[in-house]
Design a protein. Structure first.
Length: 91
């Protein structure tokens, strides 16, 4: 079952939104090798939450902007990130 928003946003647009919300001076750098191939079978990535809604009645409580604001606030608090290991990749 997917937990999704039924809205899509390009990674670049999401990064630009986060940079803007943080008031940061970061810039986005693209790596041509990591871009989706022109003839890729995947044109869009858009998740649906309809099945989850039908099975459980679940509805999202936050918009993308609200979720990003809360995430930015959390990471802005030094106490929250004291034990955060940005260099460790967890699967």
């Amino acid at each position: 079952v997917n937990i999704a928003t039924r809205q899509e946003i390009a990674v670049k647009d999401l990064a630009e939104k986060i940079i803007s919300m943080m008031g940061a001076s970061a810039r986005i750098v693209s790596d041509e090798q990591r871009l989706r191939p022109e003839k890729s079978e995947v044109e869009r990535l858009l998740g649906s939450n309809e099945k989850l809604k039908l099975l459980t009645g679940w509805l999202p409580e936050h918009s993308l902007d609200q979720g990003l604001e809360e995430t930015i606030d959390w990471f802005s608090n030094k106490e929250n990130t004291r034990n955060y290991k940005a260099d460790v990749y967890h699967v």
